[in-house]
Design a protein. Structure first.
Lengths: 551, 313
C-alpha cells in the first residue's frame, strides 16, 4: 500500500465508522461496506496495480532527446508516419490502420532484449498513431516456432504478428501457419521500399513465388579487430621476421589461426589472439562451421540428398577451427556469445567475429541503456577496426515479421508490419541502443543519422554492407534445427578431442536420418528452393551475382 | 420404482418412488461434489494427456511435417535405434548413482553430526537446508559461473591450494563435466537426505545407545548394530525419493553443459527435451517418454518393494 492508498483508506474508514456511530447504518450494512472498501483496496494494491503499470508501460513511448541522432531518427519516423510523403509505406500504413483503432495485436518476440523495441518504442508509438494496441508475447526462441504451430493446429488465433527465423519460413508457409502478403503489399505498400532491402535480404521472405514476411534483422557476422595490436610496430616486425609477410587482418581461415596464435604467443596473458563462442548451444558452432565449410568449398547435400559433410572440406574446416581454438584465450571452448563480448570489451582479445551488436557495444553506445548493463563497459572504443570475416561471413539467424494465418485482425497486423519495417521506422528501431535489430536496408547502411551514433559508425555500416555482399545464408528448409543441432554436437565433440572425420561421419549420418524422417523427395525440393536464393552457396553470393551494393 | 413383498408371498405391491428433496440429494452426493474439482483436474491435466500421448506415439506428430500419418511402432524403433537415446540412459544411470550416493553419504554424515548438541547447531542446520529452497536453474547458473573458464574462480582457488596452474575445463571435459554436475546436484539435494535421515535418527530410542554403552559397545559397533538397522527404512525412503527425482535430472545439465560436449552429458530427460522441443519430433519424444517411464517404473518398483519389506516385518 502506498502513501496515497493508505490516506484514502483511512479517510474512507473514518467516514464509515462515523456514520455507523451516528446510527446511519445497521451493523450488517457497516460490515458489508467495510468489506467492500478493504476488498477494493486489496484488489487495487495487488491485482489492479500491476495491470495499470503494465498498461502504462505499454502506453508510454520511450523517445530519445531530439538533438541526438537517435532522437532525430525517431522524429523522422514520426514525421514519415504522420506527415508523409503520402505515398510512403509508413504514412499509408498509419492512415489505413486508423480504421482498426481499438483492436489488439498479439505479437510474438524472442524473450528478452528482442522484445524491448515493441514494448518501449514501436508498440506504444503504433498505438499512439493508430489506436491499435499491442500485446508482446515473449517466448524462448524454440517456442516462437512451436507455439505458433501449436496455436495454428488449435485454430486459436492467439497471435497476429510472428517474429520468425528465415530458416522456418518454408515449413510455416507450407503448414499454413503464416499467410502470404502479396495482396496487402499490392494494396498498401510503396513497392520502392522493397528495392531498399540489401539484395541478400530482399529475396529471403520469398518462397514459391510469394512473399511471406518482411525481413527485419541483418544478423551478419563481421570481424572486429584491435587496430592498436595490428598496428604495433614491434609486433609487425616480429610477424614479418617469423612468417615473411606483413601482419594484417586475416583474409583466409588459415591466416586467421596463425595470426591469432602469434598474438597469443606475443601478448598473453594480457591479450589473446581470439575468442569464440564454442560452448554447446551457445549458439555459434553451427554458424561458424557453416561459414568456414562453405568457404572451403564444402557441399551440404549431393543430388540424392545424401549429406556431404564427411569430406576433405569438412576435415579442413574442423582442423582449422581447432587450431583457432588453441590460439584463443583460455576457456575458449566454454564461452558463449555474451562471454566473448565480455572478454572483447575488457580488452583481453585481439579479434572476434560475431553479430552486429558487437560494433555498437564496442563503441559503448549500447551500454548507454540500462537494459544492456549486463555487458561490461567498453575499454577499447577507439581502438577497433572492422573487416569482413575471412572467406564468406554467415548470416546467422535473422528475423522476419510474418502474418499469422489465423489472425483475427490480419489487415491491422499486416499494416503494423509494413509500418515497423518501413525505411524510416526500421531505421529508428535499429538505432535503439538496446536493440538487437541490426541494419538491413540500403538506406540503413547509408544513413547519416546512424553514421553519427558513434565515431566509427560509418565504417561499421560500410563493413556490414560489404559483409552482406559476400555473405552466406543459413540453411532455409524444414529440419534446419536438426541439421544445426547435429553440427553443434559434432563441433563440441571435436573440441573435446574427438577425431574430426569420425565426428563428421556421425553428423552426416544424423543429417541423413533427419532427411529420411522428413522425406527425401520433399527435402530435395526444399533444398532446391533454398539454392535459388542469393547467398545460398559461396558461388552465388550477391557479389558473384553482380548485385553488390556500393555505398 | 421400488417393489415390496410380504412374508406370505402375496404378490408384491408396487410403491411409487418418492422424489428426493434437494437437501437429501445433496447429502447423498455431497462426497462426489467435493471430489469433482480434483477429479476434473486430474482428468484434464493427467488422464487426457496420457490418453492423447497413446495416440501420438503411433502417428507422425511432428511440427515440421503436415498431417499425422500412422506410423505403428516406428516412433519406438526410431528411439531404440538412436545411439544418443541409448547413451542418455547410461548418462542418467551414472549421474543418478553418483549424485544419490554422494548425497546419501554426506547427508548421513551431516545428520549424525547434528545429533550432537553444540553451540551454533541451529544456525548451521538452517544454513545447511537453504539450497533446498533454491531453483535448480539458479543452482546450475551459480555453479556454471563458479566453474566456467576463464571467468570462474575455481581453477584459480585450486591453483593457490595445490601450488601449480590448474587448467581443468569443468564443463567441457570428461570426466570433469560429470563431476561438476554431480557436485552441483549434491550441493542442492544433500540437505534433503540430511533432513530425512535426521528425522530417522531422532526417532531411535536413546536408551538403546545407553544400554549398548553399559555393555561396553564402542561407537562404531553401535552405529552398525543399532543406527544402521533402525535407520534402514528411512535410508531406503530417502534413497528412493532422491533416485526418483535424480532420474529426471534436467535443469543443471541444461544450464551447465547444454548436454555437451557432443552428447556426452545428455540425460534421458535432456534427450527427450531436445527431441521434443528443439527438434519438434513430438511423436518420437513421446515414444521415448513411454520407454523411459517403463524403465523408471522398474527401478522404482524394486526400491519400493525393498522399502515395504521391513515395514511388513
Amino acid at each position: 500500500m502506498n502513501e496515497r492508498q493508505r490516506r484514502d483508506f483511512e479517510a474512507g474508514l473514518s467516514q464509515e465508522v462515523d456514520a455507523w456511530l451516528r446510527g446511519d447504518y445497521s451493523r450488517r450494512e457497516f460490515i458489508t461496506k467495510f468489506g467492500k472498501l478493504t476488498g477494493m483496496l486489496a484488489l487495487s494494491g495487488t491485482a489492479l496495480s500491476p495491470l495499470t503499470s503494465l498498461a502504462l508501460a505499454q502506453a508510454a513511448v520511450d523517445l530519445a532527446d531530439p538533438s541526438t541522432p537517435l532522437g532525430a531518427a525517431q522524429a523522422a519516423a514520426m514525421a514519415a508516419s504522420t506527415e508523409g510523403p503520402a505515398d510512403g509505406s509508413a504514412f499509408r500504413a498509419v492512415e489505413a490502420a486508423k480504421q482498426h483503432s481499438g483492436a489488439m495485436l498479439n505479437m510474438t518476440y524472442e524473450v528478452g532484449l528482442q522484445a524491448l523495441d515493441p514494448r518501449n518504442f514501436s508498440g506504444p508509438l503504433w498505438e499512439q498513431l493508430t489506436g491499435i494496441q499491442s500485446n508482446v508475447v515473449e517466448l524462448p526462441l524454440p517456442d516462437v516456432y512451436a507455439k505458433a504451430v501449436a496455436e495454428h493446429i488449435a485454430g486459436s488465433g492467439a497471435y497476429d504478428v510472428l517474429d520468425i527465423l528465415p530458416a522456418w519460413l518454408p515449413s510455416l508457409a507450407d503448414g499454413g501457419v503464416i499467410a502470404p502478403l502479396d495482396d496487402y503489399i499490392a494494396q498498401y505498400m510503396n513497392t520502392a521500399d522493397l528495392d531498399d532491402y540489401h539484395p541478400l535480404y530482399k529475396a529471403l521472405p520469398t518462397y514459391k513465388g510469394k512473399t511471406w514476411g518482411f525481413f527485419d534483422d541483418g544478423d551478419m557476422f563481421a570481424l572486429y579487430y584491435r587496430r592498436d595490436v595490428f598496428e604495433d610496430p614491434a609486433l609487425m616486425e616480429a610477424y614479418q621476421t617469423q612468417f615473411g609477410k606483413p601482419l594484417e587482418v586475416p583474409k583466409t581461415w588459415e591466416d586467421y589461426a596463425q595470426v591469432a596464435q602469434f598474438i597469443t604467443d606475443q601478448l598473453a596473458p594480457n591479450v589473446y589472439g581470439a575468442a569464440h563462442f564454442r560452448k554447446a548451444g551457445s549458439p555459434g558452432n553451427q554458424f561458424d562451421f557453416m561459414q568456414q565449410y562453405r568457404a572451403n568449398g564444402g557441399v551440404l547435400f549431393d543430388d540424392a540428398m545424401k549429406a556431404q559433410l564427411a569430406s576433405d572440406a569438412g576435415v579442413r574446416t574442423l582442423t582449422n577451427m581447432v587450431a583457432a581454438n588453441t590460439a584463443s584465450m583460455p576457456g575458449n571452448n566454454e564461452l558463449d556469445a555474451v562471454a566473448v563480448w565480455a572478454a572483447w570489451l575488457q580488452g583481453k582479445v585481439a579479434m572476434i567475429y560475431s553479430w552486429p551488436p558487437t560494433g555498437r557495444m564496442t563503441a559503448g553506445y549500447s551500454q548507454s541503456d540500462k537494459a544492456i548493463n549486463f555487458v561490461p563497459q567498453s575499454t577499447i572504443a577507439d581502438k577497433v577496426g572492422y573487416a569482413v570475416v575471412p572467406g564468406n561471413p554467415q548470416h546467422a539467424a535473422g528475423f522476419h515479421k510474418a502474418l499469422a494465418a489465423d489472425s483475427a485482425n490480419p489487415e491491422a497486423a499486416y499494416l503494423f508490419m509494413q509500418w515497423a519495417c518501413s525505411p524510416p521506422v526500421s531505421l529508428a528501431r535499429c538505432m535503439l541502443p538496446y536493440a538487437l535489430r541490426d541494419p538491413y536496408r540500403i538506406s540503413h547502411f547509408k544513413s547519416e543519422l546512424y553514421g553519427q551514433l558513434f565515431p566509427t559508425a560509418n565504417e561499421y555500416l560500410a563493413n556490414l554492407n560489404a559483409s552482406a555482399n559476400v555473405g552466406l545464408l543459413d540453411i532455409i528448409m524444414p529440419g534446419s534445427q536438426d541439421y544445426y543441432l547435429s553440427l553443434d554436437r559434432m563441433c563440441t565433440d571435436v573440441w573435446a578431442g574427438a577425431d574430426p572425420m569420425t565426428a563428421l561421419q556421425t553428423a552426416a549420418a544424423e543429417w541423413d536420418t533427419t532427411t529420411e524422417r522428413l522425406g527425401v523427395e520433399s527435402q530435395k525440393a526444399f533444398y532446391q528452393e533454398f539454392l535459388k536464393l542469393p547467398g545460398a552457396t559461396a558461388d552465388n553470393t550477391i557479389e558473384k551475382l553482380g548485385m553488390a551494393v556500393t555505398l | 420404482m421400488t417393489v415390496s413383498a410380504n412374508a406370505s408371498g402375496v404378490a408384491p405391491k408396487l410403491v411409487p418412488p418418492r422424489r428426493l428433496s434437494w437437501s437429501e440429494w445433496s447429502d447423498r452426493h455431497f462426497k462426489w461434489l467435493l471430489a469433482a474439482p480434483a477429479t476434473l483436474l486430474i482428468v484434464a491435466l493427467s488422464i487426457f494427456p496420457l490418453l492423447f500421448s497413446l495416440w501420438v506415439v503411433f502417428v507422425n506428430y511432428d511440427f515440421q511435417v503436415p498431417g499425422h500419418a500412422f506410423k505403428g511402432l516406428g516412433n519406438f524403433e526410431e528411439v531404440i535405434s538412436d545411439p544418443v537415446a541409448r547413451w542418455s540412459l547410461v548418462v542418467t544411470a551414472i549421474l543418478t548413482t553418483g549424485s544419490v550416493f554422494v548425497e546419501f553419504v554426506l547427508g548421513l554424515a551431516l545428520a549424525l553430526a547434528m545429533m550432537k548438541t553444540f553451540r551454533g547447531r541451529g544456525v548451521i542446520m538452517s544454513l545447511v537446508i537453504i539450497p533446498l529452497f533454491i531453483s535448480p536453474v539458479i543452482v546450475g547458473q551459480a555453479w556454471a559461473l563458479l566453474l566456467q573458464r576463464p571467468f570462474g574462480p575455481t581453477n584459480y582457488i585450486l591453483s593457490q591450494i595445490v601450488g601449480y596452474d590448474v587448467t581443468v575445463s569443468w564443463l567441457t571435459q570428461t570426466p570433469w563435466n560429470f563431476l561438476a554436475l554431480i557436485v552441483a546436484d549434491a550441493w542442492q539435494w544433500t540437505p534433503f537426505m540430511f533432513v530425512i535421515l535426521l528425522a530417522g535418527l531422532t526417532a531411535i530410542p536413546p536408551n538403546l545407545y545407553e544400554a549398548a554403552e553399559l555393555d561396553g559397545v564402542d561407537g562404531w559397533q553401535a552405529f552398525w548394530s543399532i543406527t544402521v538397522p533402525l535407520l534402514a527404512p528411512m535410508m531406503l525412503l530417502a534413497i528412493t525419493l532422491r533416485t526418483l527425482d535424480a532420474l529426471k535430472l534436467f535443469d543443471i545439465i541444461f544450464i551447465m553443459t547444454g548436454g555437451g560436449p557432443g552428447t556426452t552429458t545428455y540425460s534421458a530427460s535432456y534427450y527427450l527435451y531436445t527431441v521434443g522441443f528443439t527438434q519438434f519430433h513430438l511423436s518420437m519424444a513421446t515414444a521415448g517418454s513411454w520407454i523411459f517411464l517403463v524403465l523408471t517404473a522398474i527401478v522404482i518398483t524394486f526400491l519400493v518393494r525393498r522399502l515395504l519389506k521391513p515395514a511388513a516385518a
